[in-house]
Design a protein around this ligand. Structure first.
Ligand code: HSE
Length: 435
């Protein structure tokens, strides 16, 4: 019988313990698919995890130990964070080991360096689990859609944010109240600002865009706007206009370069992705040949993420065993680089906008305000104006514009803000049709 491939696992948290359990539960099936037995031989973890048994497995309290173990073929990095994880992965690569990781921050921020090191050492760094948990979105982009020129992709790629927005819309709950629940349920990052300010989604978006467009990772150029200041009234007005607000990561290839942006976005409620609720993730990809495809599933959680981690282990195992003929090549991002396009400044990105104004309820106000927009060439697509409450002198005025860039919109907004009829700062959200 062929020798088993020796796996070394670093980190035994929620995902690590699930990797141990799924490897045990589905071992026979996984070995058959890997074309060779896989043996979890060494675990590096500071403490045991009662969620799994390590019987028969060598255990070290030094998380780096599997990366230094000469018996180990594949190191599975599940310690999280960036600095220590980077050191560990570079150590494993330097020791000639393949690496499988679920670490989105590590790949997004240091991937270019890690892939270069892996390439120099003739090993692979695989990261399916880093984006959208259990959804095999990296393999989809690399393998299933490899015939396509990707035009754009848009994803709900942070479960915590989606859970919060879903509860705000369906139950009218307050942002902070829902965030506390998400933290209690274990969805949120250790620092929940990563979830609600769009940093976690930006990590994932940078990775998706690098693969989709064959360019280096550009997390530092990804625009992020969070959902912390989102008001329930805008969720309700959006609904009245036939839209839902989702915290989307959007990457689009255009004539001027690539747009990379994470922000709350109004999308038509009839789109399937608008109906992805709770902690679930979904990625909508538009390819020139296939059209639009939607990929849906659990974006977090132990077993779902372990599913992706083990898929990578199987991919690597096939290469170790029989050369690349058995496997669609898991090219590193840098190896896929076809071009290195510019990232479009957010000021120049064109979208439609939702605007909420608070204006004096007086004759002629609506026309004065809309003139500020027509003067700079922005057309208004829809308007909602409510009756004022009995003792109120102002009314909310909701405008949906056609496509324009932020620079032009700002000219109109400056005009409106100089009017005495304007009574409060203007709320501005982007709108995407996703058709
Ligand atoms: N905090 C992340 C989320 C976990 O809410 O989606 C998965 O990356």
């Amino acid at each position: 019988m062929t020798d088993a491939i020796q796996l070394g696992l670093c980190g035994l948290g929620t995902v690590g313990s699930s990797v141990v359990n799924v490897l045990k539960r589905n071992g026979e099936l996984i070995n058959a698919r890997a074309l060779r037995p896989l043996k979890l031989a060494h675990v590096g973890a500071r403490r045991d995890n009662p969620l799994c048994s390590l019987e028969g497995i060598r255990v070290s309290r030094d998380v780096f130990a599997p990366a230094d173990d000469p018996e180990i073929d594949i190191v599975i990095e599940l310690i999280g964070g960036t600095e220590l994880a980077k050191e560990l992965v570079l150590r494993a690569i330097g020791n000639g080991k393949h690496v499988v990781t679920a670490n989105k921050a590590l790949i997004a921020e240091h991937g270019n360096e890690l892939f270069a090191a892996a390439s120099a050492n003739g090993v692979q760094v695989c990261f399916e689990a880093a984006v959208a948990g259990g959804i095999p979105i990296i393999k989809t982009l690399r393998e299933g859609l490899s015939a396509n020129r990707i035009e754009w992709l848009a994803g709900i790629i942070n479960g915590t944010g989606n859970f919060i927005l879903t509860e705000m819309r369906s139950a009218g709950r307050d942002f902070n109240d829902v965030l506390k629940e998400a933290q209690k349920k274990g969805y949120a990052e250790a620092d929940p600002t990563f979830d609600v300010e769009g940093i976690d989604a930006a990590h994932k978006l940078a990775i998706l865009a690098a693969i989709a467009f064959g360019m280096p990772l550009q997390f530092d150029k990804t625009f992020t706007e969070g959902i912390t200041t989102l008001d329930l009234v805008d969720v309700a007005f959006a609904e009245e206009l036939g839209y839902r607000i989702k915290h989307l990561g959007i990457a689009r290839m255009g004539a001027r370069g690539v747009e990379l942006r994470v922000h709350p976005t109004l999308i038509p409620e009839k789109r399937l992705i608008a109906n992805v609720d709770g902690v679930m993730n979904a990625v909508l990809i538009k390819g020139d040949a296939v059209g639009a495809t939607l990929h849906y599933g659990a974006g977090a959680g132990g077993d779902a993420t372990a599913s992706s981690v083990i898929a990578d282990i199987v991919d690597v195992a096939r290469v170790i065993d029989g050369g690349s003929s058995q496997q669609v090549p898991p090219l590193s991002v840098s190896q896929t680089a076809l071009e290195s396009p510019d990232i479009v400044d957010i000021e120049d990105v064109e979208t439609a906008f939702y605007l909420r104004l608070s204006v004096l309820d007086e004759p002629g106000v609506l026309s004065t305000i809309t003139r500020q927009f027509s003067d700079v060439g922005i057309s208004i697509e829809a308007v909602i104006q409510k009756q004022p409450a009995d003792d109120e002198k102002t009314v909310p005025l909701i405008l949906l514009t056609n496509k324009t860039c932020q620079k032009t919109l700002q000219q109109a907004i400056d005009g409106v803000q100089s009017l005495t009829a304007n009574a409060a700062p203007i709320v501005r959200l982007r709108v995407e049709n996703l058709g």
